[in-house]
Structures are given as structure tokens and as C-alpha cells.
Design a protein around this ligand. Sequence first.
Ligand SMILES: NC(=O)C1=CN([C@@H]2O[C@H](COP(=O)(O)OP(=O)(O)OC[C@H]3O[C@@H](n4cnc5c(N)ncnc54)[C@H](O)[C@@H]3O)[C@@H](O)[C@H]2O)C=CC1
Ligand SMILES: O=C([O-])CC(=O)C(=O)O
Length: 328
Amino acid sequence: MSKKPVRVAVTGAAGQIGYAILFRIASGEMLGKDQPVMLSLLEVPVEKAQQALQGVMMELQDCAFPLLVGMQAHSDPMTAFKDVDYALLIGSRPRGPGMERAELLAVNAEIFTAQGKALNAVASRDVRVLVVGNPANTNAYIAMKSAPDLPRKNFTAMLRLDHNRALSQLATKTGKAVADIEKMAVWGNHSPTMYADYRFATINGESVKDMINDQDWNANTFLPTVGKRGAAIIAARGVSSAASAANAAIDHMHDWALGTNGKWVTMGIPSNGEYGIPKDTMFGFPVTCVNGEYTIVEGLPIDAFSQECINKTLKELQEEQAGVAHLL
Ligand SMILES: NC(=O)C1=CN([C@@H]2O[C@H](COP(=O)(O)OP(=O)(O)OC[C@H]3O[C@@H](n4cnc5c(N)ncnc54)[C@H](O)[C@@H]3O)[C@@H](O)[C@H]2O)C=CC1
Ligand SMILES: O=C([O-])CC(=O)C(=O)O
């Protein structure tokens, strides 16, 4: 018997990432090739955006995806999020010329407060939320805080792009296959302060740290390359990463919903105090997933260099959190 369809909301559906992700969700790459989906697509109530969204929907229709059993365009989160099982919050306000960080945080706080409240009011009580729109961790924190009737653990932020970037850099450095790398971890904020940590990583059981054996490369090449990759892509393309961001969002939701078979992945999730990260901080942690639930990989030793990196990214997140506290 075929599975009952699930409702998937995507915000910013007519944007760059929207265009790169919707076709993959509809083809079953996110939730499985046996899982029918209904898409609930949210865009701003602006004629140009709504018209562009209609165009994307025409293309989705033209793909005749067997798993796509329904789709609707929306301009109000209260209708877009009705009964949704999964919500990918991609649309957000980008930083404009001369815009201060505080101003960016404030305009996004408004968007994610409204969307958190709408999820709280109308989404499935089990909705799983991924925030992609930047600043992703703080936007996810705002949405979580605005949805007190939903489980905190169901709000997550996207660190998977940093995780995947780190895997590729390590594969290139070691000359080994990405698929053979296990136990990668990325800690903290989706920003250049994130700490991509390969101390526990293995390739066919061998330690990646021992294989590379170069702390200077770690501190002065690897970490800045992964941390500043978003900016490097903007410099090269003129616009920010979209296909790789969409791919990371697919990976994040896929693994959360369908499990990781014991493999570690990175998710931005609300802390419960693990590794000394204050409760509720939306922080990148290594996790494993089984049956729609994630579990933090606990008990990893944190050396002095790692602690310094973790403290730095935590400090930035706490400053972002403090910057929006009066709006929550
Ligand atoms: N967490 C991560 O790893 C990454 C995050 N991003 C972030 O993802 C976001 C989206 O990126 P793109 O698709 O390239 O941007 P884009 O500008 O191409 O598209 C964003 C879309 O969101 C819509 N939008 C804005 N506010 C909205 C709201 N309140 N409700 C519904 N829709 C809304 C806009 O009309 C626009 O169509 C940006 O904030 C970007 O910085 C991008 C790459 C990686
Ligand atoms: O840097 C940006 O603006 C987009 C982004 O988050 C990334 O590519 O990691």
C-alpha cells in the first residue's frame, strides 16, 4: 500500500535555493522514493514574487513527478503552514548595502517571529523545521522561541553545508573518497566562526588527523577555507551559494527523517547543556539520527584549541541572541 502523503512547506519558494530544492523534494530525494508529498509554497505578498512562484509551479507540474500529489502557493504563513509535517524556512531578508548587523537581525526577527507563531498555531504538532535563511541559527532560535507549544527539539538550523564543505576539503587533502570519511563534526554558528573538527574523523578506520598531521594547515588553511566558503562563492558567482545550499538542506531533512545508519552528521539544534553550551542555544553539534529523532554524539574530548574555537563561535551566537532578546 502506498504511504500517506506528507505536507512540506517551503518559504522563499521563488528564490534561488527554492528553485534548486523544490524539484528534488518533489522527486523523492528528500523523504524517500516511496513518500508522496504535497508542497505548500510561501512567498512574500508582492506581485513579482507571486508571479515568479506561479512560474516555478508550472515547471513542477511539467515534470509530472509521480510523488507530487498536490501544491499550493501562499502569501501568508498562517495558511502556508496549516497541518505541515516539514517546514523549510529558506526565505529571509538579505543584508542590503550599508545595513548593520543589528538591523539585519531585527528585520529577520520580525519574519521568524511571525513564522514561528504561525507554525505554533497551525502546523502538525510533530512538524520538523529546518531554518536555512541567514542568520540561520538565530532565526531558528527566534522561530523556536515563538512556538512554545511545539517541541523545542523540532527546530533546527542548517550547518550541513559547512559539514559537506569540510568533507570535500578533507577528501581533497587526503586524496581519499568523500564517501569513506566518517565522524566529521562542525560546532557552533553557520558563519565564519563555525568550528569544523576532524579530530575524530576516520577513513576506512584510520585517523584523518594522523593522516594529515598538520595543525598549521588545520588552523590556517582548512578552517578559513570552510568558514569563508560562502563569501568565496559570492565573489566568484556574484550571488550566494544556492544548489549546494539546497543539497545540504535535502541531506539534513533526509537524514533526520530516514536516519543515518550510525553515521555522524552535523545539525544546528537547541542545546540541552551538552558540552557546556547553554540551554536553548541553537548550536551545531555532531548527531546521529534514527526514526526521525536525532541524538547528540556525547562524551567527545575537547582539547584547548577546540575549546577556544567553540568559545568563539558560542560568543558570536550569544551576541546575536542578545541582539534579538528584546524582540521575543
Ligand atoms: N544556512 C546556510 O547554509 C545557507 C543559507 N543561505 C541563506 O538562505 C536564504 C535564501 O537564499 P536565496 O534563495 O539564495 O535567496 P533569494 O533572495 O534568491 O530568495 C529568497 C526568497 O525568499 C523570499 N522571502 C523573503 N522574505 C520572505 C518571507 N517572509 N516569507 C516568504 N518568502 C520570503 C524572497 O521573496 C525571495 O524570493 C538567504 O538568507 C541566504 O543567506 C544561503 C546559503 C547557505
Ligand atoms: O554566505 C552566504 O551569504 C550564503 C551562505 O550562508 C553560505 O554560502 O554559506
